[in-house]
Design a protein around this ligand. Sequence first.
Ligand code: NDP
Length: 229
Amino acid sequence: MNIVITGANRGIGLELVRQYLARGDSIHAGVRTPERAGELAALAESSRGRLRITACDVALETSVRALAASVSEPVELLINNAGVRSRERADGVEELDLADATRTFEVNALGPLRVTGALLPLLRRSRGAKIANISSGLGSIDNTSGGAYGYRMSKAALNMASRSLAQDLRDEGIVTVVLSPGWVRTDMGGSDAPTPVTESAAGLIGVIDRLTPRDSGGFFDFRGERIPW
Ligand code: NDP
């Protein structure tokens, strides 16, 4: 399978690359700063050309277009994984850093749309292509704990964009879903997170493998359970 993954230099993105490579797939990995993608570069060296690394900041139009231009084969799967969550945990509405919320929105909500738009011609060249947008349970409107305004809003917006993509691309046979990776032990998830990155990535891969056109427009966790919008 020919796959594009964004934010592939660490965390869930890097582990997805590892596991897809191990089973023989080919990957175009988008990374914001290739000079700081040492582990990915080591994987590329031993991949016999199946892993290619391209600079891609999903917040920048020119950078996203450069990623799309670097891919010549049809794309069967796009995983919009790149994401940010502010380190500061000042989650109350009085301390809200709106500039930070805007940056988060630019990456988490608009980034996947930008990448999808640029790669659409290559997705259209595959039969039954899939788009997996990595969101979060924190993006669910079924919100019972509050806080995290910028992050939650950015992922809720991503969820809505994914629903529109699912509707708009359904007739072309492209399946679009929103996936939550769980609470995962990465730089973002922190060391208290219960889910090892290997388990989350393996779960996500299994869910993506099993997707059918009927699933398009759905919101699933890494075990394949539906999440309330
Ligand atoms: P990490 O913080 O470990 O990794 C984030 C990745 O996204 C890095 O590769 C980072 O690159 C990349 N990235 C950030 N901004 C940009 C940008 N503008 N352009 C391109 N790449 C960018 O996070 P995780 O691996 O944990 O998270 C991956 C996805 O899963 C995210 O979308 C996140 O929101 C989601 N998620 C994670 C959860 C968790 O518990 N870990 C829970 C729910 C959702 P760089 O190294 O250059 O910063």
